[in-house]
Design a protein around this ligand. Structure first.
Ligand SMILES: O=C(O)CCC(=O)C(=O)O
Ligand SMILES: [Fe+2]
Length: 222
């Protein structure tokens, strides 16, 4: 049941380590996802009555409240689609990584994200998949928020209408999201995939150095 329309489109280009594909989820699935995200945001609000600011619904919460999002994140269809676009085999990132599968929401005027890279904690190459779920301006069109990505020194504007897949190598493509305006709303489903989701060699070495130091010191007084 977890289908994308992926068989119906040509593989989009991943030039500049960025790909875009419209209408990525089949209509039925997209409707189901929209409903799940709406419930999720309502639940978040009722947990925190003073909640005013946009934020993130992390993976642990999605695992409790958003079965469609979580199963689709793990689906063979999704893995295969991302692998096909980036040209290397990828898999989902681990459960303990709250960014693996999350929903970002922007609902207060000014909610935005400054220029950044998505940090890669893993040994392999790391890809970010965004699927905007809601993007509503006051006039019924899109919100004022724009995703900008650096491409050979230039800022490229990527519109983020609902159900458009935006896939990029977040550790290499610097990006930002410009602010939404009054009365607007934007919710984005974000997923990460990796060619080798073990810890990076650096983290492994850092951990071993720390352990050696710890046990080394301890050996001085035991
Ligand atoms: O909201 C978006 O379109 C992108 C968000 C983003 O870059 C991030 O959460 O790291
Ligand atoms: Fe990002």
């Amino acid at each position: 049941m977890f289908v994308t329309t992926s068989d119906a489109f040509e593989t989009p280009s991943f030039e500049g380590k960025l790909a875009i594909q419209d209408n990525v989820l089949a209509a039925d699935l997209f409707t189901q996802v929209v409903e799940e995200v709406a419930t999720l945001i309502e639940t978040e609000r009722s947990y925190l009555p003073t909640h005013k600011k946009g934020g993130t619904v992390a993976y642990s919460m999605l695992r409790e409240k958003a079965p469609t999002l979580v199963s689709h994140y793990h689906s063979v269809t999704m893995r295969r689609l991302v692998s096909r676009i980036v040209g290397v085999q990828v898999e989902p990132t681990p459960l303990h990584d709250e960014s693996s599968c999350s929903v970002l929401f922007y609902e207060k005027p000014g909610d935005h994200i400054n220029w950044h890279y998505d940090h890669n904690f893993y040994r392999g190459r790391h890809f970010t998949v965004l699927i905007p779920i809601v993007n509503r301006g006051r006039d019924g069109g899109l919100s004022a928020a724009r995703l900008l990505a650096k491409q050979v020194g230039r800022d490229v504007e990527v519109a983020t209408p609902p159900n458009r897949l935006v896939l990029f190598e977040g550790a290499e493509v610097r990006h930002k999201v410009t602010p939404i305006s009054e009365g607007e709303r934007r919710a984005v489903w974000s997923m990460t995939y990796c060619t080798d989701p073990r810890n990076s060699a650096f983290q492994g070495v850092a951990r071993r150095v720390k352990d050696t130091a710890f046990f080394g010191l301890r050996s001085l007084w035991t």
